[in-house]
Write a protein that binds this ligand. Structure first.
Ligand SMILES: C[S@@+](CC[C@H](N)C(=O)[O-])C[C@H]1O[C@@H](n2cnc3c(N)ncnc32)[C@H](O)[C@@H]1O
Length: 448
């Protein structure tokens, strides 16, 4: 049987995501593993899937002009979205080729009638040069929602919090493809050494401006290299590399990482502690404990003890107290929409409320284990104040033994301090600040 092309495979993934209500990264992995594609083809499939999901609202609004009122099967709608995405957003693929391939796929999967409809819709779209300029209507937030393809409730929420211009920058940044960033394992190498090695194999590798431990590269499969297997680095977002240093853990300390899997930040903390001391790395999901252990092993770290526990009940485990605690809490993930575009379509305002309640309870639970004079870092990969600043402010108000440690900003690299407003004592990185994940970090101190 002839091998499937990239667009056919991308269509399979889009269909599975919709039919199974599942996450695109999981479906993509499943299909890419099955098809055993070469790296450039896998790259194209990935770009097509994420791009089509990312731009879904813009694409559907445009398509509505041509298919309004007609009943269209899910796979046909996805084929039209996928094709329109290439026409509008991928310059390197000629429009003729996109239409031709879409028509061939429609014939193969359906029949001549569907192929003619697909051909007609795409040709009509190509004949409407002002199609993309006038998609949105209404006020700024409503127009931005359509133009930048984010749900209107989220755009309104962010416009209220950050202002409409900052919100536009957030949305535009979310729509740009993510870069790969990696963190050097300072137990085994230095950033300069690793940079030299990676440049032998990859063309565009640069030092991160966000973290002194980070490198950034366009594309590239760094995790497939021998250097990865040797544990010289780990793949981690640049913003998230700010968290472990915020904990200011010294060698020899006792540390709790309460929501640790897969261990990106735990292993960073261990490296900063020079692999001396003790880190209890806990996660509620038993299958994730092995991920932490595997990562620690590959990186040559011996001070991490992975355990399975619900952080709401860690107090019942007789673990004693800790000098440092990290609560990298589960969250809506609205800071990582660029890498997980499904999030913006799947989550609702009620999800924000529910997760914020859980975050507050988790914070209360783990804070009870902090030794007097100790530090606790609360972090999330979201940009929702309800999950971030408001949680910490409410906690400090209700727990007088704790205070917000406003010296956190002093520990940030100057390049980060210069770019973000830390006057309230919090660190909120937005996606466009460094083209990295949106991330929140606060540091609390238990009074001695
Ligand atoms: C943001 S992720 C942590 C990422 C991790 N710190 C890293 O850097 O690799 C949140 C983690 O919290 C875990 N989690 C969710 N609810 C939890 C709970 N009640 N107790 C402990 N862990 C929980 C999830 O399984 C998930 O692995």
């Amino acid at each position: 049987m002839a091998k499937k092309g990239a667009r056919d495979i991308a269509l399979d993934v889009l269909n599975r995501v919709e039919e199974h209500q599942s996450y695109s990264n999981l479906e993509l992995k499943h299909v890419l593993d099955r098809e055993e594609l070469r790296a450039p083809d896998a790259g194209l499939v990935t770009e097509l899937v994420y791009g089509t999901i990312q731009r879904r609202l813009t694409l559907d609004t445009a398509l509505d002009r041509f298919i309004r009122g007609k009943k269209v099967q899910t796979w046909v709608k996805n084929l039209l979205r996928l094709s329109l995405y290439q026409i509008r957003f991928l310059d390197r693929i000629p429009d003729r080729a996109v239409v031709h391939e879409a028509v061939e796929i429609a014939k193969r999967r359906g029949h001549q009638g569907i192929a003619s409809m697909v051909n007609g819709v795409l040709r009509n779209a190509l004949r409407s040069p002002d199609l993309w300029d006038k998609l949105g209507s209404g006020d700024d937030a409503a127009r931005l929602s359509i133009e930048q393809s984010h749900p209107e409730w989220l755009v309104r929420r962010w416009a209220g919090q950050y202002g409409i211009e900052e919100t536009r920058r957030i949305l535009e940044s979310n729509n740009r493809p993510p870069r790969t960033s990696i963190r050097v394992n300072t137990l085994k190498s230095t950033r300069d050494e690793l940079l030299g090695k990676l440049r032998e194999q990859f063309s565009a590798v640069e030092p991160s401006v966000v973290s002194p431990d980070g490198l950034v590269m366009e594309g590239g499969h760094a995790a497939g290299t021998e250097w990865f297997r040797q544990g010289l680095f780990t793949v981690q977002d640049e913003s998230s590399m700010l968290v472990a240093p915020a904990l200011a853990a010294d060698p020899g300390m006792r540390v709790l990482d309460a929501c640790a899997a897969p261990g990106g930040k735990t292993t960073h903390i261990a490296a900063l502690m020079q692999n001396r001391g003790e880190i209890i790395a806990s996660d509620v999901h038993p299958h994730k404990r092995d991920l932490i252990a595997q990562n620690a092993k590959r990186l040559g770290i011996t001070i991490i003890e992975p355990i399975v526990s619900d952080a709401l009940h860690l107090g019942e485990k007789n673990l004693g107290t800790f000098d440092r605690i990290l609560l990298d809490a589960p969250c809506t993930g609205f800071g990582v929409i660029r890498r997980k575009p499904d999030l913006k379509w799947n989550k609702t305002p009620d999800d924000v409320k529910a997760i914020a309640e859980l975050q507050y309870k988790l914070l209360e639970s783990v804070a009870a284990l902090l030794a007097p004079g100790g530090l606790l870092v609360y972090s999330t990969c979201t940009i929702e104040p309800e999950e971030n600043q408001l949680i910490v402010q409410r906690f400090v108000k209700n727990h007088p033994a704790f205070e917000l440690d406003r010296t956190l900003a002093d520990d940030l690299p100057a390049s980060v301090r210069d770019k973000i407003d830390t006057t309230e004592g919090f660190v909120q990185v937005l996606p466009h600040h460094f083209e990295s994940d949106g991330f929140f970090i606060a540091r609390l101190k238990r009074k001695a």
